[in-house]
Design a protein around this ligand. Structure first.
Ligand SMILES: Cc1cc2nc3c(=O)[nH]c(=O)nc-3n(C[C@H](O)[C@H](O)[C@H](O)COP(=O)(O)OP(=O)(O)OC[C@H]3O[C@@H](n4cnc5c(N)ncnc54)[C@H](O)[C@@H]3O)c2cc1C
Length: 378
């Protein structure tokens, strides 16, 4: 039998691919195994700002750009301070992560970075077919952005889509110790949309206008809403834009697990690692990578027990509610953030709560649409 080019090939060197490669390289179990990370991009730009929460110190602290222990939730009816302790909300710039990961991985003689676009992975011949050439391996971890969910009529589909701009002001305008998780005061056609504010200093903040909707929109809509927020809500006239980012994150109960096969494991967004009801995946990726590698080491299939059926069901119901009644977003999130402690909310989103706590959280948000969506998703 011909020896494959690599032991593992990781298709896509973004968040999931690089976290997986870093953990493989740290683990003595995989010592001497050749791995390749194939990506068309050199990853030389800051294309994303990742935020996540965790208790106390964490493994990415050296890369963290800013963190907060205080937050705020604002809607038409309420303004609530969120005291996160013992949690911190941490922000990391993707460029810092890419550069760190590349520098670490390049130290290892058995890790190879390849710039190519993979068009197909052939399960039978265990070959990834690229635009430049083909590559063989014993197993593939594939994080190419998924597309199949878009055509699936049976799954709920909400898009978390947004534009963020980092602005600099002349005067002190922001409290650098308090970020805004959601501010519902700027609205768009009875849809679920809010502004998210990450203050970096008293004169600089990343401000994002975000939708959780079944539809996408044109860029000028985000621009109008961002300016409305800055000028009418924050009452800032004098500012300049120093950076911007846009994104579309699928929030769906699509069964991504269908696409795993014997020699191909889907990872990242393609593997369903984005929490369907929140769009967060940075910390989820860390947990799933760790589980996936311990599965391999104990002789199980890599993807085994990576997801909780119970929480998938909760997420599916919530997405169905938002899909059918997108106008309810503001009132549902207002109840969520005001009737529960922030610590319980974060534990719930981390899928660490007990059933009795989950019932209490669901009761706190109750609306008759939940019953309809429950039966719809049953
Ligand atoms: C702008 C933005 C901001 C976000 N902010 C947060 C946040 O604050 N917190 C959070 O938890 N989550 C956030 N997310 C969600 C999620 O964490 C990110 O989308 C994350 O990057 C997903 O990781 P991934 O590895 O699946 O995808 P990616 O990081 O996008 O990696 C996929 C990689 O595949 C490569 N690729 C694509 N096609 C091919 C091909 N044909 N062959 C080979 N390689 C290919 C791409 O170049 C890319 O490098 C954000 C998402 C976006 C878009």
């Amino acid at each position: 039998m011909i020896t494959p080019d690599y032991y593992y090939i990781i298709v896509g060197g973004g968040l999931a691919g690089l976290q997986l490669a870093l953990e493989i390289r740290k683990d003595i179990f995989f010592k001497g195994k050749k791995i390749a990370i194939i990506d068309p991009s050199e990853k030389s730009e800051n294309d994303k700002t990742w935020c996540f929460w965790e208790k106390g110190e964490g493994k990415w602290d050296e890369l963290v750009h800013k963190d907060w222990q205080q937050g705020k939730f604002i809607s038409d009816s309420v303004e609530k301070n969120l005291d996160l302790a013992p949690y911190s909300y941490k922000m990391l710039r993707s460029i810092d992560f890419y550069e760190y990961a590349k520098a670490e991985l390049q130290k290892d003689p058995d890790t190879y970075f390849i710039q190519d676009t993979i068009t197909r992975i052939d399960e039978v011949t265990r070959t990834a077919i690229g635009e430049q050439r083909s590559y063989t391996a014993t197993h593939f971890f594939d994080s190419r952005p998924p597309t199949a969910y878009k055509e699936d009529s049976g799954s709920a589909k909400i898009f978390q889509h947004f534009k963020g701009i980092t602005i600099e002001t002349v005067d002190d305008q922001f409290d650098p110790e308090r970020f805004v998780m959601m501010d519902y005061r700027v609205k768009y056609n009875h849809s679920t949309c809010f502004t998210y504010v990450l203050p970096l200093s008293s004169k600089q903040a990343l401000i994002e206008f975000t939708f959780f909707t079944p539809f996408l929109t044109e860029e000028k809509v985000y621009d109008e809403k961002l300016h409305e927020y800055i000028q009418k809500v924050l009452r800032i006239e004098d500012f300049k834009i120093v950076e911007s980012e846009t994104g579309v994150i699928p929030m769906t109960d699509y069964p991504f697990h269908r696409h795993h096969s014997r020699h191909i494991t889907k990872i990242g967004t393609a593997g369903g690692w984005v929490k369907a009801s929140s769009g967060y995946s940075f910390k989820n990726t860390e947990r799933k990578v760790s589980r996936l590698l311990s599965n391999i080491k104990s002789g199980k299939r890599p993807e085994q027990h990576l997801t909780s059926k119970k929480f998938q069901q909760y997420d599916a119901i919530f997405l169905d509610v938002l899909e059918k009644r997108n106008d309810l977003g503001e009132s549902l999130f207002t109840k969520f953030y005001t009737k529960n402690s922030i610590q319980n909310i974060l534990r719930f989103l981390d899928e660490e709560t007990k059933f009795s706590e989950e019932i209490r959280i669901m009761q706190s948000m109750f609306h008759p649409q939940f019953l309809k969506s429950f039966f719809n998703k049953l």
